[in-house]
Design a protein around this ligand. Structure first.
Ligand code: FDA
Length: 403
């Protein structure tokens, strides 16, 4: 049986970072990876360009049973530390929007960087290694299909179950449960909404392909949640996607409504009144088309503003209460999705190993000495825009100092 100081299960963002740091400390490190190659989710991330971090990452960008848990790791390994690593390999980056940093040389270069750093740190990577069992005696005993190994420390960096066709599973939770460590079930996040025919105001299908900038929130049991996102949405043939929809999906629960303000940071009522003066003979849909995509303006008038008898009126004929009603409906447009696309397309999963079970400094479990969980396997889930990778790098970097 081969013995290592550290065995890491999973060669994704977190597993590779943890291996590099442990290797740099002179620890012998083995990574066991189920897939035939490393960093598969990095490769598909950011549309192949890897949104590897976010300049503005802080604890407010994460959902977790304990919102303070991530602070320690995020403060010790910052976005600028990863930028420095990238630049030390001659790679460059671009800020796209809202602090999102993308690698100019694409995702492949990020994976190569991590691979090169692993080589430099003397890390052994064993792809195509399915784990059969994990036991704890004096050492951790890990049996793969190919071989048996022993180690002083064991790091579970197997991520979450989103995109199961890539082989993603809830393996981390299964391991935690065998050690009697509390877990929060995984559920899909950063995922598009769908509408079935019954719940779909069927016209959404007609809007397919339209993108518009909105502020989106969620309404649960009649109460509007505090969190909302100002970004674009994209109508699809199944429902609503786009950054604002993905973001709010992490907060939305089955049965909740979503609330869409089609005119964020804009005084719609004042503008409608001005339009009455400037274009008294125009129809509302023509006026709305000045600010919204044409098909959206038209469909809203046909299907959403139906209480306002707008079909045969010109702007001049609306009274103030009618304009107020139009404003209200377009800034608080409520829809009840029938669900989301689920793990099939979710970018990440909520849930993971309960943070109460882990040290926020080392990511080691409190119950089992030498056992660590890092990255998405932990109940810390980021907003869209590079925050999830930053959590993977930071949590794994911290564990790498102690394993
Ligand atoms: P990750 O999933 O990366 O790695 C886990 C590894 O463990 C995998 O290699 C897997 O094969 C392996 N594994 C699983 N089970 C195993 C087992 N039983 N035995 C051995 N190995 C096993 N985030 C971001 O910040 N910016 C972005 O641009 C994107 N874009 C993006 C696009 C898409 C399509 C998806 C699905 C996700 C993103 N993300 C993202 C999210 C990001 O990919 C995710 O948060 C990180 O990859 C999590 O890193 P981990 O290392 O924790 O898990």
């Amino acid at each position: 049986m081969k013995k290592f100081n550290v065995i890491i299960i999973g060669a994704g963002a977190a597993g590779l970072m943890c291996a590099i740091e442990a290797g740099k400390r002179g620890r012998s490190v083995l990574i066991l990876e189920k897939a035939d190659k490393i960093g598969k989710k990095i490769l598909i991330s950011g549309g192949g360009r890897c949104n590897f971090t976010n300049m503005y990452t802080d604890a407010d960008n994460f959902l977790s049973g304990n919102p303070h848990f991530c602070k320690s790791a995020l403060s010790r390994y910052t976005p600028w530390d990863f930028v420095a690593l990238l630049e030390s390999h001659g790679l460059s980056w671009t800020e796209k929007t809202l602090g999102q940093l993308f690698c100019d040389q694409k995702s492949k270069a990020v994976v190569q960087l991590l691979h090169d750093e692993c080589d430099k740190a003397g890390v052994t990577i064993q792809p195509s290694s399915e784990i059969i069992s994990i036991k704890k005696g004096e050492d951790f005993l890990v049996a793969s299909e190919k071989e048996n190994y022993a180690s002083d420390s064991l790091v579970i960096a197997t991520g979450g179950p989103s995109i199961p066709k890539m082989g993603a599973t809830d393996f981390a939770l299964q391991v935690a449960e065998t050690f009697d460590i509390n877990t929060i079930p995984f559920s899909p996040a950063l995922v598009p909404f769908v509408f079935t025919i019954e719940t779909l105001d069927a016209f959404i299908k007609d809007l397919s392909g339209i993108s518009t900038y909105v502020e989106m929130g969620a309404v649960s049991g009649g109460v509007t949640l505090n969190q909302s996102f100002k970004e674009s949405i994209l109508f699809t043939h199944r429902g609503i996607s786009g950054p604002a929809a993905l973001q709010i999906s992490s907060y939305w629960k089955l049965g909740d409504e979503i609330s869409i303000n089609l005119f964020p940071d804009f005084d719609l009522l004042e503008w409608l009144k001005e339009q009455q003066t400037e274009h008294p003979q125009a129809e509302l849909k023509t006026i709305l088309n000045y600010k919204l995509p044409k098909r959206l303006a038209q469909k809203l008038c046909e299907h959403v503003l139906i209480n306002d008898d707008i079909s045969n009126k010109t702007m001049r004929q609306f009274n103030l209460p009618e304009l107020e009603s139009i404003e209200q409906q377009l800034t608080q447009w409520k829809l009840r999705p029938s669900g989301t696309e689920g793990m099939r397309t979710a970018e990440v999963a909520l849930g993971g190993v309960d943070t109460d079970e882990l040290s926020s400094k080392t990511l080691e479990t409190k119950k089992v000495k030498g056992l660590y969980f890092v990255g998405e396997a932990v109940d810390v889930t980021g907003h869209l825009g590079g925050h999830n990778f930053q959590w993977a790098w930071a949590s794994a970097w911290c564990a790498g100092q102690f394993v």
